[in-house]
Design a protein around this ligand. Structure first.
Ligand code: FES
Ligand SMILES: [Fe+2]
Length: 369
């Protein structure tokens, strides 16, 4: 590949300035990112509760159209590709999720059968060749309120690293109240960079700025350089982030009076984002679909003790964030349009944008490491 865009990207980090346009528009660099950033690391692929019953499966379509998370007869979580090892036919219907009551999958083409963990059951003649004929598998784990997949255990990190506050809230009795999916016509790095600073709240998200003013925010970066975290106090009088700013009886998901007064967010390399309010956790998965197109999923998790009546009041949380996501989509798409111009020459980060700077360095490290 041409190394021009990679050289530019590394030089920007060395010189402490934002990326040049080629970081957001170069197809060869994008292919390298797919290989070294996404395929070489644990990837957040599905909600944590995906495929929860024996025989259940969930298609992690935006990670790979054929990647399936499944639960086998022993309740073990498995991940495999929905591609028959005979001659490559799809095994499952094209739906997003389903359940195989017989606890096995049969190919509709010539009838090869597989267990829910991907092992080949029949025909016997092929089975005698051993494990090589089972479905191609990936490693899978549940961690930090998501389901993560790693395609190749020989590459990348052994564990998913996340800030302690996130592990603590992910272990609380929380459950999914809603999931949404949307697309942003912008490079994935613009989307993460946008998430890494609150400097834009005042102009882009006035409703958010009124509850968590950007000047009171702070951030930290893990020394292992695998996550970034931010912290924002709620203004006096606000109990949470929503159109009413009230808890409305919902059970907090945090412990301690101090945590009730703050919002925390995190980026977990390479594709997970989080935002924790006192009474709910937003869990994002980001998928780099093309050099200029990113797919986002967002789950809202609330305390299990929040009853249906309390959940009903979540509409004011959902509508608040739908608007914020739309505001962010517009700014990221605007930057992507500008990245196509020869006038795109960013000069420097604001002092408050240390999270953006740290993210850009993480990307450069993964591409060159
Ligand atoms: S392609 Fe699946 S059995 Fe032939
Ligand atoms: Fe934003």
């Amino acid at each position: 590949m041409s190394t021009f865009a990679l050289d530019c990207l590394v030089r920007s980090v060395e010189e402490g300035r934002p990326f040049d346009a080629s970081a957001y528009t170069d197809d060869a660099l994008f292919r390298l990112e797919r290989a070294r950033v996404f395929d070489d690391h644990w990837l957040a692929c599905a909600p944590e509760d995906a495929a929860s019953d024996p025989g259940a499966w969930h298609r992690a379509r935006d990670a790979d159209p054929r990647l399936v998370i499944a639960r086998d007869a022993n309740l073990e979580l498995c991940a495999w590709f929905d591609v028959c090892r005979h001659r490559g036919a799809p095994l499952l219907p094209e739906e997003d999720a389903g359940r195989e009551r017989a606890l096995c999958v049969e190919c509709p083409y010539h009838g090869w059968r597989y267990a829910m963990d991907g092992a080949l059951l029949s025909p016997r003649s092929a089975r005698e060749d051993g494990a090589a004929r089972g479905l191609v598998r990936a490693e899978v784990q549940r961690h930090a309120a998501q389901t993560w997949v790693r395609y190749d255990e020989a590459r990348g990190e052994r564990a998913v690293h996340a800030p302690p506050w996130l592990i603590e809230v992910a272990n609380a009795p929380i459950s999914r109240a809603r999931s949404v999916r949307w697309e942003v016509r912008a490079n994935w790095k613009l989307v993460v960079e946008n998430f890494q600073e609150s400097h834009h709240f005042a102009r882009v998200h006035p409703a958010l700025e009124a509850l968590t003013p950007w000047k009171r925010s702070s951030s930290e970066c893990d020394p292992s350089r695998r996550w970034l975290s931010g912290f924002m106090p709620l203004v006096d009088g606000a109990e949470t982030v929503s159109t009413s700013a009230k808890l409305r009886g919902r059970t907090p998901i945090v412990r301690g009076a101090d945590e009730l007064r703050v919002v925390r967010d995190a980026y977990v390399f390479p594709n997970a984002l989080y935002s924790r309010q006192p009474d709910y956790l937003l869990v994002y998965r980001l998928f780099a679909a093309a050099v200029d197109r990113t797919v986002l999923h967002c789950d809202t998790l609330v305390h299990g003790a929040s009853t249906d009546a309390h959940r009903f009041m979540l509409d004011e949380v959902f509508s608040f964030w739908d608007r914020v996501h739309e505001e962010d989509r517009e700014v990221c798409e605007g930057q992507q349009r500008c990245a196509g111009s020869r006038g795109f020459r960013p000069t420097g980060y604001d002092a408050s944008e240390d999270g953006v700077r740290a993210f850009d360095a993480m990307v450069a490290g993964a591409l060159t490491g």
